[in-house]
Design a protein around this ligand. Sequence first.
Ligand code: NAP
Ligand code: F7E
Length: 334
Amino acid sequence: MKRALITGVTGQDGLYLAELLLEKGYEVYGLVRGQNNPKIPMLRRILPDVHILTGDILDLSSLMRAFAASRPDEVYNLGAISYVAYSWENARLTTDVTGGGVLNILEATRLYRDSSGTEPRFYQASSSEMFGKVQETPQRESTLLWPRSPYGVAKVYGHYMTINYRESYDLHASSGILFNHESPRRGPEFVTRKVSTAVARIALGLQDSVALGNLDAKRDWGFAGDYVEAMWLMLQQDKADDYVISTGETHTIRELLDVAFGAVGIDDWSSRVKVDERFMRPAEVDLLIGDSSKAHEVLGWKPRVSFEELVTMMVESDLVEQKARIDGRNRDGH
Ligand code: NAP
Ligand code: F7E
């Protein structure tokens, strides 16, 4: 039985990846940070077979203890401060966690390898946000990086540090340059989930409109369940490498709104969306579209869920969640 250690197991991707690895028969260990983390009950309910270890990617000795307890064959570093807008307000913290945390876990992996005589394989969650002000379209592994946010800059550091550990220490360290991927488990702060929740609530008469920022930005959106499979495939290769993971399609926020409102029968959403300066960013990433032909050829990976299916799945899931809340409130007599 193979063993895997996942940081960021309470996040969107961590949950899908843990689920996938459990299905494949892995023994899965998840690193959970903080004292009395409120996401632990959710993790225990959804994935009771995950072994929970406490630790933080800012704390090297906690990582070394997690390695000793889990003795991993594969390490997936998904832990990060991942919300781009927040990264301007908390640039130092984002740099430390999203950038510096990668060095800590690479170092823990190397120290564990050298002391145990095993060859753990390492995955780093790099991001299309590193392309920022894009220098080439579509973006591929060789495209010059030009990050536009403290988050993007921190990811560039983690990306190059991963390559450096591969080249300096011969660590089996791979980096997935993943474009935006979403699901019903997406955090409510990200635009797809913000829209799917608002559309469900508007359809149920719980709110009138939603306030958004830049409606013209374009993103290459895929389904998180498809993308975690690519992470696993990268660690099954003899040679570690870097791969772009994307759908190869790009859509504006307006197109996202068309599909999301369309799913509840609203064709004209103009009166339902307010543009609000508060959600504009100091520097925007205007266009992302990835070329994942290397992943197709080497890993045999392809996305399965289309943009329309993804957005519809999210709206339908939020309709169920919002209705359950109404039923719960009615039962409680509110
Ligand atoms: P997410 O839902 O925001 O999850 C982030 C995870 O990191 C959470 O489990 C969080 O724990 C954990 N974390 C935060 N600070 C930590 C720390 N100091 N020590 C240990 N863990 C910490 O993000 P996601 O969407 O699943 O993304 C997973 C990874 O892929 C992230 O590194 C993200 O930057 C990267 N990525 C995401 C996308 C995307 O479109 N989703 C695209 C490219 C790259 P808590 O639950 O306790 O807060
Ligand atoms: O924004 C625009 C916003 O916050 C997408 C993270 O997973 O993917 C994600 O980063 C676009 C931007 O994701 C609102 O300006 C308009 O152009 O959903 P987002 P992101 O910034 O692309 C990358 C690949 C990661 O690695 C990150 O970890 O939508 N937008 N109005 C808005 N965005 C938000 N959040 N809220 C709005 O009201």
